[in-house]
Design a binder for this molecule. Structure first.
Ligand code: F6R
Length: 241
């Protein structure tokens, strides 16, 4: 594992964007595994900035996102597809058909998981997977005690996650109860994993995930076993490591 310590959120985002852009420059048709959430937003902003300056070209790049809520249309404001369009895809020259997010409206979610696994396999696997990390160590929607050996699958959201998400919806019963997520196995099969963390509130889980025992109780701890892992964080998030 290589740890990159950055002073603050802006330099953390820049360092993470450096790693991602190096991947795209060295291999223009790279398959990037992407994450939503607040942590990678600054990295996406930096990439858009370099794209605007003509420093990076996404015309051959392919992407697969980690997860999506079940029941939300792609244009729903809280869908992860919408998040990716707003925060990255609409601002760069990536081809829409080269971007993949699980279909939240799939009539048969289990079939959608199979289809998604085939997409990843058909692309030749993931070159670089970006991950944020939840306060309980979740990665994607793989919550504590999730089996390590799963590929893309359907998950029931925990009460904690439903409660935490309620603020983004007009009423609590509109919060999706289920999601599709890449599994830990799909994530671990990526050739390079880039974890981004920021803020003092992540310091404890960063220590447990990267300096504690590997256990399903902290899903991100399995990442210690990955042969090519980059952890990019600001001082606050890395303060206990
Ligand atoms: C996002 C995802 C989540 C987030 C995690 C951290 O696609 O799957 O696992 O990466 O919840 O979120 P933030 O970055 O908002 O702290």
């Amino acid at each position: 594992m290589k740890v990159y310590r950055a002073e603050d959120y802006t330099s953390m985002s820049r360092r993470a964007a450096n790693i991602l852009s190096a991947q795209v420059i060295l291999k223009p048709d790279s398959v990037l595994g992407l994450a939503t959430g607040s942590t990678p937003v600054g990295m996406y902003r930096q990439l858009i900035n370099w794209y605007d300056k003509g420093d990076i070209d996404f015309s051959q790049t392919r992407t697969v996102n980690l997860d999506e809520y079940l029941g939300l249309a792609p244009d729903h404001e809280q869908s992860y597809r919408h998040f990716m369009q707003e925060n990255l895809f609409d601002h760069i020259n990536i081809r829409p058909e080269n971007t993949h997010v699980p279909d939240g409206l799939a009539p048969d979610p289990e079939e959608e998981c199979r289809r998604y696994n085939q997409i990843i396999a058909g692309l030749g696997g993931i070159d670089l997977q970006v991950l944020g990390m939840g306060h309980n160590g979740h990665i994607g929607f793989n919550e504590p005690e999730e089996a390590f050996e799963l590929e893309t699958h359907v998950v029931d959201l925990t009460q904690d996650t439903i409660r935490a998400n309620a603020r983004f919806f007009s009423s609590p019963d509109q919060v999706p109860r289920r999601a599709i997520t890449m599994g830990i196995k799909s994530i671990m099969q990526a050739r390079h994993i880039l974890v981004v963390v920021s803020g003092a509130d992540k310091a404890d889980i960063v220590r447990r995930a990267f300096a504690g025992p590997v256990t399903p109780l902290v899903p991100a701890s399995i990442l210690q076993m990955h042969p090519h892992l980059s952890l990019v964080g600001d001082e606050a998030a890395l303060s206990q490591l």
